[in-house]
Design a protein around this ligand. Structure first.
Ligand code: SF4
Ligand code: SF4
Length: 253
């Protein structure tokens, strides 16, 4: 069991100005949230500072990012450095876990980055808002349909990087999808149709696991839109249940 106290020096902040970037209590709270995650002790066992993780990390080749640095910050409990890394660097990781496969200590730098990202979301950090904003349409799609992508989202204008391959989606998708024997796939608006009961169950999971709280912290407007959609679906489900009961009663009569 890890301790809640940190080994960090008492003074935190810019050595020339004496002004801390954030109140020390806030820095501690961020670190303690990272440390309290159930995965933390499994993913950080010590660090040789050998750099094997960084040498094999694809993100380190392209960005100002080093898994070795992230692990060192956490291992030495450098609160200010941890907070600083959460403002940009942690979002560079591709979550490929090559680092975890190579680390001689059995650390998972990619897993630690994931914990830091979740804590950044919990604390409503601007970096999390900026990184996640482009995904709001996907989130809306996921909540409203149960799928994160649908055939009608694949438009040639949106995928210029596909080059000539984009011509392949310029096919009569509607007709082709209707030819699929499973009726739940005969649609372009979602990848497949998710039934109401499953949607409602997903909402319950997202509520109970704190996903929706995180969404509210990051994007209140999107949260409001999604809450309305969830309410409507729940009402639809209640109506459907009532219809079923009425049908059962009619059959009994
Ligand atoms: S999981 Fe992240 S830190 Fe680890 S090798 Fe992949 S990109 Fe690098
Ligand atoms: S996390 Fe592992 S691979 Fe990376 S520097 Fe530390 S000991 Fe080396």
């Amino acid at each position: 069991m890890h301790s809640s106290a940190t080994r960090v020096q008492e003074h935190i902040g810019d050595p020339v100005s004496d002004a801390p970037p954030l109140d020390r209590d806030d820095l501690e709270e961020v670190f303690q949230d990272i440390q309290a995650d159930i995965r933390f002790d499994h993913e950080l066992n010590g660090c040789l500072n050998c750099g094997i993780c960084t040498a094999t990390c694809p993100a380190a080749h392209y960005y100002d990012f080093s898994p070795r640095e992230i692990v060192q910050l956490l291992w030495t409990e450098n609160l200010e450095g941890i907070y600083d890394a959460m403002q940009e660097k942690i979002w560079s990781c591709a979550q490929c876990y090559t680092c975890a496969a190579r680390c001689p200590f059995g650390n998972s730098p990619g897993g630690l980055v994931m914990i830091m990202r979740e804590v950044a979301i919990k604390h409503g950090m601007q970096s999390a808002k900026d990184v996640l904003r482009p995904f709001s349409r996907v989130m809306l799609k996921l909540i409203s349909t149960g799928n994160q992508l649908s055939p009608d989202m694949i438009k040639p204008d949106h995928f210029a990087d596909w080059g000539p391959n984009i011509a392949k989606v310029d096919a009569p998708l509607k007709l082709l999808r209707q030819a699929i024997p499973m009726p739940t796939l005969n649609t372009l608006e979602t990848a497949w149709e998710v039934n109401l009961k499953t949607s409602i169950e997903l909402y319950t999971i997202w509520e109970m696991t704190g996903v929706l709280d995180q969404l509210e912290t990051i994007d209140e407007n999107l949260f409001d839109v999604i809450s309305d959609i969830m309410d409507e679906k729940r009402e639809d489900y209640e109506d459907w249940l009532e219809d079923q009961e009425d049908e059962d009663d009619d059959e009994d009569d």
